[in-house]
Design a binder for this molecule. Structure first.
Ligand code: HPA
Length: 238
């Protein structure tokens, strides 16, 4: 048994790939609806982690919570202490481009950020957090296969959901950034530092351009498509 401050599980309790939704109930949903023989392997702070099989491949799903500090903690511990090679965040995002519509899928090729997370590496310039190319290439292939409406590009991982700066979205929009979420940049940096692989696959839950929002049912349906892309990607890269 390995006990880190936030995960209490056997060293081999997790699959090579961990899917990481923000919400612990999503983690439970995936385990109950997609994984065979799913077992709860972590529940510290209600951060439910399950391991089971999907199409014969051992896969885990564990929640990250919201924000860069929390995904930073869980991805660090999974990469460093539990033999996890790939972490795929599956979450929601707000669009800041007209062409990125609610219910679309966004595959985060790069993750800009307004957070100070990279300062710990003491680099003499700006680090560019990017997705794992093999994971991204496979996820794009799976999105094509699923005939999904998807975009691939730069996203923004923000430290604030409620920002006092009302014009910042416009500045990121001008740089071609597709959408805003709150976790990918830290995940990509941890993967880079650990020599492991990460990807964020997102569904657009709301548009910060038009104000349009998805209903709970629509969110569930687009979440299902994203989840299947992530699961099939995990099987293909195992
Ligand atoms: N900002 C940050 N994260 C989000 C948003 C948003 O507008 N929508 C969904 N996740």
């Amino acid at each position: 048994m390995i006990t880190t401050p936030h995960i209490n599980a056997e060293k081999d309790a997790f699959g090579k790939t961990v899917l990481m939704p923000g919400d612990p109930l999503r983690s439970k949903f995936i385990a109950e609806n997609y994984l065979e023989n799913a077992k709860l392997v972590n529940n510290i702070r209600g951060i439910q982690g399950y391991t089971g099989t999907y199409k014969g491949t051992k896969i885990s799903v564990m929640a990250s919570g919201m924000g860069m500090p929390t995904i930073g903690i869980y991805s660090y511990e999974l990469f460093n202490f539990f033999n996890v090679e790939n972490i795929m965040r599956i979450g929601s995002t707000g669009s800041i481009q007209e062409k990125v519509k609610v219910r679309d899928i966004v595959i985060g090729m790069g993750a800009c950020t307004n957070s100070n997370y990279a300062s710990q590496y003491q680099l003499t310039g700006t680090f560019a957090p990017i997705a794992s190319y093999p994971l991204m290439r496979e996820a794009i292939a799976q999105a094509e296969k699923a005939d999904a409406s998807y975009h691939v590009g730069n996203i923004l991982s923000s430290d604030t959901f409620y920002s006092d700066n009302k014009t910042e979205n416009e500045s990121w929009k001008k740089m071609g950034v597709l959408c805003i979420e709150m976790e990918a940049a830290a995940l990509y940096m941890n993967a880079a530092r650990c020599g492991k692989n990460a990807l964020a696959i997102l569904t657009v839950s709301d548009s910060l351009v038009t104000g349009e929002e998805t209903t709970a049912e629509e969110r569930q349906n687009s979440f299902t498509q994203m989840m299947e892309i992530a699961l099939n990607t995990a099987v293909a890269v195992d």
